[in-house]
Write a protein that binds this ligand. Structure first.
Ligand SMILES: NC(=O)c1ccc[n+]([C@@H]2O[C@H](COP(=O)([O-])OP(=O)(O)OC[C@H]3O[C@@H](n4cnc5c(N)ncnc54)[C@H](OP(=O)(O)O)[C@@H]3O)[C@@H](O)[C@H]2O)c1
Length: 264
């Protein structure tokens, strides 16, 4: 399967996992369009992408997916200029861990606003155009936290479980129109977002994670492209993580809880 000359809109593509996906798609000769909030970061990403040998031009759009009206006018402009994209990829999201009784409730609202409602808003705005075109592939981003209840992540887990449920439902609904839906579920990945998240992790989680290795954004991006090419429903980078996912599905909850209880 080739991404050459395919129109790929990557929301959240200015850095982190989204940028790494853009770089891999750019190397494959895709036509890249990036959208996220800060224009300066978008311009820097565009410059790096355009330095890739024999690269196509890159287009950037400032966009905040938590703003409904901005989304409507963005999609209108986008469709007039590019038509429905071949791939709609959303990696915009953030994690704020912490003990619930110490967290400002605003973070619960912000994670649902961006991680879940931002994702749903983007899909809601683009899907009529995909249906008209009778094609398209949507890649949404949940997390390993999208199917485990992780200690210290109540707000984030809820927002990523929501993304996974939403994506699974869309996958069935859009199949008859020839539109595919995949969900990327990364483990801990070295990105600017992960560095920020680490500042707020409960001490016992940080201690536990000292023994674990994070993946690179590049490795996650490579798994994402492989999953997209195969039309995989749930894309889990890393063999060990795939096994954990299967174990969580197959083992009795009592046993799963033994692994997920408060870390020591
Ligand atoms: N890194 C990990 O360990 C990890 C693990 C599992 C899942 N994930 C998920 O993977 C995705 C990417 O994570 P990451 O670590 O690569 O994040 P990151 O380094 O923080 O990058 C996030 C990207 O999203 C954009 N963005 C943030 N808020 C936005 C908004 N309201 N509207 C549009 N764009 C917005 C950012 O640019 P601006 O700030 O300029 O808007 C940036 O381009 C997230 O959904 C995250 O939850 C990450």
């Amino acid at each position: 399967m080739s991404f050459k000359n395919k129109t790929c809109l990557i929301v959240g593509g200015s850095e982190g996992i989204g940028y790494a996906i853009a770089e891999n798609l750019q190397k494959e000769g895709a036509k890249i369009i990036l959208a996220s909030r800060a224009l300066q970061k978008l311009e820097q990403a565009k410059e790096k992408l355009q330095n890739i040998k024999e690269a196509n031009d890159v287009t950037v759009y400032p966009l905040d997916i938590t703003k409904h009206e901005a989304m409507t006018s963005f999609v209108c402009d986008f469709i007039k200029t590019h038509g429905a994209p071949d791939y709609l990829i959303n990696t915009a999201g953030f994690a704020r861990p912490g003990y619930i009784h110490e967290m400002d409730f605003n973070f619960f609202e912000q994670m649902i606003q961006l991680n879940y409602l931002g994702t749903a808003r983007l899909c809601h705005a683009f899907i009529p155009h995909f249906i008209e075109a009778k094609k398209g592939h949507i890649l949404l981003t949940s997390s390993l936290a999208g199917f485990f209840g992780l200690f210290g992540y109540s707000g984030y887990c809820a927002s990523k479980w929501a993304v996974l449920g939403f994506a699974q439902s869309l996958r069935h609904e859009l199949k008859e129109y020839g539109i595919k839906v995949s969900t990327l579920c990364p483990p801990n990945t070295d990105t600017p977002g992960f560095a920020e998240e680490n500042k707020y992790k409960p001490a016992e989680v940080l201690k536990l994670e000292e023994k674990m290795k994070s993946l690179s954004a590049e490795a996650v991006a490579k798994a994402a492209l492989k999953g997209l090419a195969k039309g995989t429903s749930i894309i889990i980078p890393g063999t060990g993580n795939k096994l954990n996912y299967l174990a969580a599905k197959l083992l009795p909850q009592k046993i799963v809880d033994m692994f997920l209880k408060k870390p020591k």
